[in-house]
Design a protein. Structure first.
Length: 271
């Protein structure tokens, strides 16, 4: 038997998906609108207790059509497991489309048209689900939450809220010259503070797990597996594996923007 995500047939999500914004709202200079919007991951059946706000989809998400399934997703799935949350979550991103270029994300942090559609999703999610905790991954997600908080539905939200460093903070910090070991230790210290704040914030988690902090380095055991139930039907198991399987490729910026190489990891091949 195989589990799968049944998709967006239920209201209010069907209407939201039908009315998604395109390049009139998300300019193609700043967003990879050509890969289509990627809406969510997790429960849309009224059972989510934790709402996660990520940043923007990347290459793996463009193929799997669900958010936070690559490195960031597996790291954060491990964080949720440490809260005992294995199924009762739903995730949306700050942006429906992958950010293109260095400044695209920051430039649209306070974009009202982008916020209007995102707020409609947040309204739907907190109205349809018994959300007890909201977690924002990174500062753009924090801004998204705070923007929503000023809306009528946002003002009425009284559950827990935690802003965490983004799961790929160490990778971005290292790419701009930071020491990767120290950057990872900083992420994990931040997430340990998040565990202290959130452990017990959900009254009846999926599993009762004792509070267990991260060490200074991320171990294989700290990564979560993306559940089959989170992906569209029939996606092969290697799309949930611990290895990268999607990469942007191309010898010119235009080709790289237009191309994602999908490759089955060597140890996942049945041939
Ligand atoms: N992928 C996503 O969908 N969101 C993030 O924040 C990071 C990677």
């Amino acid at each position: 038997m195989h589990d799968f995500d049944p998709g967006y047939g239920r209201e209010p999500y069907a209407a939201l998906v039908r009315s998604y914004p395109g390049s009139e709202t998300y300019p193609t200079t700043d967003f990879r609108t050509e890969w289509g919007p990627i809406f969510h991951r997790g429960r849309l059946d009224g059972t989510a207790k934790v709402l996660v706000i990520g940043q923007d989809p990347a290459a793996h998400e463009a193929i799997a059509r669900r958010i936070l399934v690559g490195t960031a997703g597996r790291r954060f799935q491990g964080f949720l497991a440490k809260l005992g949350i294995t199924t009762s979550y739903v995730m949306v991103n700050t942006y429906l489309y992958s950010v293109y270029g260095q400044q695209g994300g920051n430039a649209h942090a306070h974009d009202t048209a982008i916020a209007a559609y995102r707020n409609a999703w947040l309204d739907a999610l907190v109205t349809d689900n018994p959300i007890e905790a909201v977690i924002a991954l990174g500062s753009l997600a924090d801004t998204a939450f705070r923007t929503w908080r000023t809306t009528p539905t946002g003002t009425g939200y009284h559950g827990a809220y935690q802003h965490l460093l983004h799961p790929t903070y160490p990778d971005s910090a290292a790419s701009t010259g930071a020491d990767p070991v120290q950057a990872m230790a900083k992420l994990l210290a931040d997430w340990n503070a998040g565990l202290d704040a959130l452990h017990g914030a959900v009254a009846a988690p999926d599993q009762q797990v004792p509070l267990a902090h991260y060490g200074n380095a991320l171990t294989a055991a700290d990564l979560g597996t993306i559940p089959e139930a989170d992906l569209p039907p029939g996606l092969p198991a290697w799309m949930r594996s611990d290895e990268a399987w999607a990469n942007r490729q191309g010898s010119t910026p235009a080709d790289k923007r237009a191309t994602i190489l999908v490759q089955i990891p060597a140890d996942q091949r049945p041939f």
